[in-house]
Write a protein that binds this ligand. Structure first.
Ligand SMILES: [Fe+2]
Ligand SMILES: [Fe+2]
Length: 287
C-alpha cells in the first residue's frame, strides 16, 4: 500500500470517474468520514446520487458547477437511504434547482424519514419507477435493494452505460488516510494477516473497510444477502458514499470476497461480545 498520495490540490475539482460520471465530494481531512456525492450527466440532464450533508452543500454545488452543469439541469436527487450525511442538503439542492419537475427518488421504506428534511418535491418510490430511472436519451439507472445494509430501505444504483455501481454505505470505509481510488501493493492482495500488517504500515485500507462494515451493517446475514444481489450486476466500478472508489478488477474481487465471508457483523458481533463478557463475569464470580 502506498503512503497517502493526497496533496493539497488533488481533489479541488470534480473528478470524472467514468464518462459523464463525476465525483463531486471533497477531501474532508478532519472527519475521517469522507462523503462521496456523485453527479451523472446525460446530454443536458443530470442526476445527483447521495448529495451530501448540509454543511457540505456549498462545496458540492461548486464542484457540480465546475462540470458545466447548472442546477436547473438536475432532474432527480437519488437518496440510497435516509441518513443525514447524504440527505442533509436536500432542501439546499431544491432551493438551487427550483424546478417543478424535480424528483426525489428513494425506496418506500425511506420516505417517512426523508420528508423530515423539509423537502417540498415529491418523493417517488423505486417501485413506482419499476426500479429504474430513465433519462430522455433512454439511458437507464437500475435500482437494486440491499435491505438492512444498513437501513431497511437501503439500495444501490447501477449505471448500465458506464458499469458504475453506486453502493452507498456498502464498500464504504472510515479511515484517516484516504485516496479517491483504492490502491494496494501487489503483495497486499491476498494478505492473510489484515489486523497485523506484515509491512508494518499504520493503516490498512482493507482492514478499515472490514471494520466499517462490522460496525455499520446490521448483521452478517444482511451483508451477505446484499452482496449476493450486487454480484448479479455486471459492474466495473464500485463507487461508495464513503471511503474510496474501487475500479481495479483484482481489488474488486479481493474486497468482495473478504466482505462476503465476513463474520460477526453488526448485531451478531454485539451478541457475541456480550456473551463473552457474561462468561468472563461468571468466571470471575466463580473464582
Ligand atoms: Fe448510512
Ligand atoms: Fe453514509
Amino acid at each position: 500500500m502506498p503512503e497517502s498520495s493526497y496533496t493539497e490540490t488533488d481533489y479541488e475539482s470534480a473528478v470524472e470517474i467514468a464518462p459523464g460520471v463525476f465525483w463531486v465530494g471533497f477531501y474532508d481531512a478532519p472527519s475521517g468520514l469522507h462523503c462521496n456525492p456523485y453527479l451523472i450527466v446525460d446530454g443536458d440532464e443530470a442526476v445527483v446520487i447521495d448529495g451530501g450533508s448540509r454543511p457540505d452543500f456549498a462545496t458540492v454545488m461548486l464542484k457540480i458547477l465546475q462540470t458545466g452543469v447548472i442546477p436547473q439541469q438536475i432532474k432527480a436527487l437519488i437518496y440510497q437511504h435516509y441518513d443525514p450525511d447524504l440527505c442533509g442538503s436536500a432542501p439546499n439542492f431544491e432551493d438551487a434547482i427550483r424546478q417543478k419537475d424535480l424528483k426525489i427518488i428513494s425506496a418506500g421504506e425511506n420516505m417517512m424519514f426523508i420528508r423530515h428534511y423539509s423537502i417540498s418535491s415529491p418523493v417517488v418510490s423505486l417501485s413506482k419507477l419499476k426500479f429504474q430511472y430513465e433519462f430522455s436519451s433512454g439511458r437507464k439507472l437500475q435500482f437494486i435493494k440491499t435491505p438492512y445494509s444498513h437501513s431497511a430501505g437501503s439500495f444501490v444504483t447501477f449505471d448500465h452505460q458506464t458499469g458504475v455501481l453506486f453502493t452507498s454505505d456498502l464498500f464504504g470505509s472510515y479511515g484517516v488516510q484516504w485516496e479517491l481510488f483504492l490502491h494496494l501493493a501487489a503483495d497486499c492482495i491476498e494478505c492473510k494477516n489484515l489486523s497485523h500488517c506484515p509491512r508494518k504500515l499504520p493503516n490498512c485500507p482493507v482492514n478499515d473497510i472490514l471494520n466499517f462494515h462490522r460496525n455499520i451493517m446490521t448483521s452478517t446475514r444482511a451483508l451477505k444477502y446484499s452482496l449476493e444481489q450486487i454480484a448479479k450486476m455486471p459492474f466495473k466500478i464500485l463507487a461508495p458514499q464513503h471511503g474510496s472508489i474501487i475500479d481495479d478488477e483484482n481489488l474488486i474481487n479481493y474486497v468482495f470476497k473478504l466482505l462476503a465471508s465476513l463474520e460477526d457483523v453488526g448485531i451478531d458481533r454485539t451478541i457475541k461480545d456480550a456473551h463473552q463478557f457474561d462468561y468472563g463475569t461468571l468466571n470471575n464470580t466463580d473464582l
